[in-house]
Structures are given as structure tokens and as C-alpha cells.
Ligand binder design. Sequence first.
Ligand SMILES: OC[C@H]1O[C@H](O[C@H]2O[C@H](CO)[C@@H](O)[C@H](O)[C@H]2O)[C@H](O)[C@@H](O)[C@@H]1O
Length: 611
Amino acid sequence: MSGVPIADHALLSDCHTAALVTRHGSVDWLCCPRFDSPSVFGRLLDDDAGHWSIRPVGPFTATRRYLDQTLVLETTFHTPTGTLAVTDAMAVGPNEHPHGHSLGVGAPHMLVRAVSCRDGEVRMRLRFEPRAEYGLLRPLMTHVPGGLNVRGGPEWLMLSSPMELDCAESTAYGEVTLRVGDELWFALHRSTWGLEPARIWEQDEIADWMTVTVQSWRAWSKLHQNYEGPWRDLVHHSGRVLQGLTFRPSGAIVAAPTTSLPESIGGGRNWDYRFAWVRDASFTMEALWVAACPDEAGDFFTFMTTAAAGAIGPDYPLQIMFGVNGEHDLTERTLPHLRGWRDSAPVRVGNGAWNQHQIDVYGELLGAAHLLADKISEMDDDMRAFLVALADTAVVRCRESDHGIWEVRGEPRHFVYSKVMCWVALDRAIALAERLRAADRVPAWSTARDEIRERVLRDGWSDTAGAFTQYFGSTDLDASCLMMPIVGFLPADDPRMLATIEAVADRLTDERGLVYRYRTEGGVDGLAGDEGTFLLCTFWLAHALAEAGRVNRATEVFERAIAYANDVGLLAEEVDPRTGELLGNFPQAFSHIGLINAAWSITQARHRAAM
Ligand SMILES: OC[C@H]1O[C@H](O[C@H]2O[C@H](CO)[C@@H](O)[C@H](O)[C@H]2O)[C@H](O)[C@@H](O)[C@@H]1O
């Protein structure tokens, strides 16, 4: 049964796809060539679905870190006879490239692994077991000078290896003793059919790719990250994680690089997050702005304008998520041949929420456009028309019930958060009206915005709950109401808002003080089973407390949440209330977005308090 703790993984990214490496030096997740492609290493979800491990033969303990300001991972194995370091990266190539400037634009589609003996001597073992199409295929492996040629189904890979490898049953393996100063460089290169055949690389060429990758991440970090304040390193690191979830060719941003890591162990709440949600990606853009990495904004809005082209207007609601190249049909299916992480089945690919009706997306997208307006160098006519259409659609759709931010699979409702985000859509469109050349629309947008506000204040509040609630007329709490002060719908120190913040802090938290997004008892979301506490919601609580001037409590809640970051600063979506283990897809953009925004708001609140 696959079951390495989720927190034991570290992320590598080349801004096209991602790999996850375990604490013990095994690449257990890699989808080629895009985030949402089938995996070639899928042991994360099933023992037989492929991996590539490099580790000492005998007993060891392992420590690891990212090289400063990079997503290049260094795992150090301490053994009784010596120390071995394995450095892993998805090569990103130089930032400056004939076809563009951003990180990952010249990525060679290559996983690079360096092994070096730092002390004494260590016998190491390599096992290479590629299994394309989520573990279905056993490839043909043939020896070539300098490595292996690996072919099967959609994959044609070349493994550059300086050590002799034996092959049997589509698995390559070998052992070698390294002495202090010895270094071996490995590269797994993928052919892009018809464009660039994979090849065997010399040792110094692979070393060069590693150097360039380290330099490129550092150059990106230097240029984009100037947040100064508490938790600086974690905020900057979260910015790099979000950048690593960006699909460079289109500007799309995935919610997480994995599928089907469960929201409860053995449960069925397992979803594919390798897509660009309008909501998650808009929040990511805003968080990257806070971490001061604005220049990808143009790419993102161009992606959104293109992906949604021709299908937006009052009669055509905006689709809520897209494939990384803007694909619309993300039909969900299960992969019955995979057991799932710790037997959490089914494993799903695609996402059934793709054609849900969710009206919050207008607010998230216009909110990001408003915040980033100055960074979008070229707002062409198409982009302007698209943003205007979003606001016009919000005017009509705000009256409809929907599936809400949590994408419930039960009946549609009038969710409070959805209405608040329609208010945001119109509020921000009004602020952008001049730039959108839509001043004539302002009266209609203003009327609709004010009506939504009245309705939320009247029907979203419950005297019984003493709080704003999940949907009109309900008494259930929902952590998404914490967004009301964050987006400026009501001031955080408004008595109704303070009451809602306290209600969430008291009644929607577990014994650890982490926040549930809502209560799942009775299948209110149309799904069986329960789930963990939601890290984004815990960061929202910290953020809302900071907005309300409760800086010490905000800090406490924030520090409680970041305590669940793993040893290399990564967060999943949820935390298991029983064990404190990370749950859900990993690393998840939502959690890192929440971290960045909450840190920023606490910093601001401290400045205000000091004045
Ligand atoms: O809770 C059921 C739903 O869970 C997933 O949605 C969650 O992830 C999305 C991506 O991060 C996020 O935008 C949403 O707010 C979350 O609720 C899943 O994608 C849905 O298919 C599922 O119905």
C-alpha cells in the first residue's frame, strides 16, 4: 500500500510540470510533459505505479532543504560510514530565452539528479521503474552508450547514467560505492514528439543544467520578492511554490500538482487539482502581487481571456476552471487500477466540478484585475471586453443559486460567499470603469452592487447563529464568511463581523484551533464521509483577526497554522484533526496563498498599531 506521509514529499517544478520526491530520495510523482498529463512515476497513488529512488544501501537518517531561494532540493543521507547528498531539480533553463523571459520558458523537460559523497564512503543503490500512463505501461528499456533508452506508449525517455545499470522487467537497478569527493550526475530527459528528441547528456552538461536552474530560481526570487516582515523566508518560499504551480506556456496556474490525495484517509473525497481554477488562480495572482511578483499578471489575464473566449456574457456563465492550455472539457473519470494513497479510492482524473455553476468567480477575477491593473501592460480590446462581460454577467447571475466556493455536489443554494463575490465583481468593475472604457455601465453596476449588499445583510445574517451563515436562511457557519472584511464588504470591526469571526473561532475549529470550512455532518455538501480542517480557512481567521486589530490573536492563529508546514515549508490543503497529519492535494496553492496574505495583513496591522 502506498502510504508515505504526504508531508514527507518535496516539490520540484519546471513551470510545465512537477515532481514529488520523498524524504528517502524517491521520485514518487512525475507527470509528463504537463502538470495534468498521465504520471510516469505514480507510486504516490499505488506501489506499482512507478518511481525512481537513489539512496544508501544500509541504514541512514535523512535531512533536507531547498537550496537558498530555489526549488532545488538537497537531501543529505547520514550513514555510519559517510554522508551522501542527492540534489534534485526539474531543469528550468535560463530565464532569458529567445522565446521569452520568464522562469521556465526554456525548460528542457528534464529531471536532474546529482549524487555526491560529502564524507567517508557510502554504498548507494539506484532503482528506476518508469510506468507510463499512471502505471499501466511497462516500457521497453535498452542500453545505449551513457544510459538507457526507455520507450512505451506516449513516453520516450532517455536516462543519462554514469553508472552501470542492470535491466529486468522494465526496471533498471544498480549499486556503487562512492568515496568522499565522488559525484555522479543523472538526467531523465523526455522527448517532445517530433520536436526535440530526448538524448543522453554528458556529466558536465547535466551539471551545467543544474547550475543554470539554481541561477534562474535565484534571479527570479531576487527580482520578484521584496516582502519584508515577519516570517519573511516562509512568505518568499510560498511565492516560489506558487510560481512553481504556474504553467509557463500559457500563464495558467494549477491548484496543486497532484490528484486524489484524500481529504480523509480511506475516504472518497479525492479530487484532481491539476487544473486552473478561476478562483484559485486569481487568488494566486493576488498573493504573488503581495509577494511582489507582478509581471506574470499579463500572461494570466491573457490566458483567462483566451480560455474563456466566445463563451462569456449574461447568457453564458464563465466556466469555473480550465485545463492548463485553456481546455474546457475536464470530464472526471476514475482509475480503477490504482489503489490510491493509503487505499483512499477512487483515484480520479478530470474534475466533475468543471461545468458547475459557481458565481463567485466573477468577483475573484475582477478582484485580481483591479489589484493588478497597473501591472497588465497591455489591456487590449479583447481583455477589456472580457472584463466588462464578467461584470455584466454578475449583474444577471447574482440572483441565481449556485454550487458555491466549496463546489458542493449537493443542491445549489444562495451561498453568502457567492453573493459577496458578486458584490466584489461589481465594486471592482466600477473602480476599473474608466480603464475598461465602460463609464456608461457604472449606474447599472452600482444599482446591482447595492442590491446585493442589502440582500446579504438581510438574508445572510442569522440571529440564531449570531453570525453570517453559509447560505440565505441557514443557521450553519461557513469559514468563507471570513472573507467579507478581507474583500472590504464590511469593516472587520463591524459588530456583525466581529460576531462572525468569534463564532468561527469558537464553533468551527477543532481541538488544535484549526478551522473547518463548514461542518460536513449529514452530507450537507452532497458527499459521504468527513474531512480535515482547512488550512486556507485557518489563515483567513488570522487575516480577519488582523483586519479587526486583534494582532496578538491573529499571530497566534497564524503560527498555529504554519506549524503544519513540513520540513521544507510545504502545506497540503487540510490537516487530520485526529493525528495532525497533512491531508489533501499537495502542495496546495490555496494554503500558500492564505499564508502570504495573512502574513501581509498581520504586518500591516502591526504597523497600524504602532502608529
Ligand atoms: O468539496 C468537494 C469539492 O472539492 C474540490 O474542490 C476544492 O478544491 C478546489 C481547488 O482548490 C477549490 O477551488 C474549491 O474551493 C474546493 O472546494 C473538488 O475540486 C470538487 O470537484 C469537489 O466537488
